[in-house]
Design a protein around this ligand. Structure first.
Ligand code: ATP
Ligand code: MG
Length: 367
């Protein structure tokens, strides 16, 4: 005979995908009814357009169906009232670790990777979204933080529309793009609105993205940064001393040299490099795979050597990359069988396997 108590106990194993805590603890379970071997539960979502509701429904059904004596499961989804949402936010605030992933904490298990470059336009954002999609393809839970506050491009590249849910003051739910959890200034202000802020405002926005976003149970947080060693790079290095850096460059020696300054800054702040990615490294014939190194070669290797790191990825010049980005679907998702998608998957493998995660500081943090 199934009891309400047994159902409640089992529901403690079901995590809210956005908040990373059990639905029981979050008081999202509204009602439990047991009639014979039939179980009916009502679960309240934070907002009606909660993009992960199908997953939550699935998780609840699966958890209860495997309970001994249960013949049928019915899950009814409801929506919290604004008061209930505010209460939830208050509860989460009371226990900072509850809703927030605490990515800035020294003991956080999240692997934080800052995608950086010396020069603009070398492909940081393109690499960020495709690498995120490739990591998700490996079964990782991935967050994407667009730290390019003025020049955001992540929402467009990931096909995101609308605004993130702000759950009372101090808790922001990231947006969902096919399983990636994403936060960007662009989702707050809209694509065509210029952000005209001074340094302190910018640092405040970054802090909120790091501290107030309920990243949930992510394993990786990818941060797309603006080019160079400006305010944002400095703020990030102060807030996230245990983050690793992925340096993106194009083959031209000049671009690589500028990227070297980023590497030097990382060294001074104690952040380690996961490696260097050479973007637009070659053109690959779609028929025979023959490679032509249009922009020359050697710059990325030289940069990696001087930074005590290595080149862990080389990506082709591929016009389709731009087309898919503009259409809101990274090529890794849009054309998973393409050679270019394969290059990104190789890069994801290299990132996961990087020894930079398992040095002294990261040893206890690595999953
Ligand atoms: N490998 C590639 N092949 C072809 N086009 C590419 C490639 N990588 C990036 N691009 C294109 O180059 C442009 C710049 O790329 P992206 O926006 O990713 O660079 P960025 O470094 O993030 O720029 P910014 O410094 O302005 O943020 C985009 O139009 C993008 O689609
Ligand atoms: Mg960019």
């Amino acid at each position: 005979m199934v009891t309400e108590q047994a159902v409640r106990e089992r529901l403690k194993t079901v995590m809210d995908p956005e908040l990373g805590r059990s639905v029981v603890e979050l008081q999202m379970v509204d009602r439990i009814e047991v009639v014979g071997d039939r179980v009916r539960v009502a679960v309240k979502l934070t907002v009606s357009h909660c993009p992960l509701q199908a997953r939550l429904k699935d998780d609840v059904t699966r958890a209860l169906a495997s309970l001994a004596g249960v013949g049928a499961v019915e899950v009814e989804l409801g929506v919290m009232t604004p008061e209930e949402r505010e209460q939830l936010a208050r509860r989460l605030r009371g226990r900072p670790e509850a809703g927030r992933s605490g990515v800035t904490r020294p003991d956080s298990p999240v692997r934080v990777l800052i995608v950086a470059s010396g020069k603009g336009g070398v492909g940081k954002s393109t690499v960020t979204v495709n690498l995120a999609a490739a990591l998700a393809g490996l079964g990782q839970r991935v967050g994407v933080l667009d730290a390019d506050i003025y020049g955001f491009s992540v929402p467009r590249m990931l096909g995101l529309h609308g605004n993130p849910t702000v759950l009372g003051e101090g808790i922001i739910l990231p947006m969902d793009s096919s399983g990636l959890r994403v936060i960007s200034m662009g989702s707050f202000v809209g694509e065509d609105t210029p952000v005209i802020w001074r340094g302190p405002m910018l640092a405040k926005a970054l802090d909120q993205f790091l501290e107030d976003v309920a990243w949930g149970d992510i394993g990786y947080l990818l941060i797309d940064s603006p080019p160079g060693t400006g305010d944002v790079a400095l703020s990030l290095s102060q807030r996230l001393p245990r983050a690793r850096i992925l340096l993106v460059t194009t083959p031209q020696a000049a671009a690589a040299r500028v990227a070297g300054r980023v590497a030097q800054m990382a060294e001074r702040t104690g952040q380690r490099l996961v490696g260097v990615v050479e973007n637009m490294a070659f053109y690959e014939c779609p028929d025979c795979g023959h490679r032509t190194e249009i922009f020359g070669q050697g710059g990325a290797e030289e940069l990696a050597r001087s930074a005590g790191s290595e080149v862990i990825g080389r990506l082709p010049l591929e016009p389709q990359l731009s087309v898919d980005s503009d259409a809101g679907t990274p090529i890794v998702r849009a054309q998973p069988l393409s050679r270019t998608a394969k290059h990104f998957r190789d890069l994801a493998d290299a990132v996961v396997a990087s020894a930079a995660w398992t040095d002294k500081a990261a040893a206890q943090a690595a999953p």
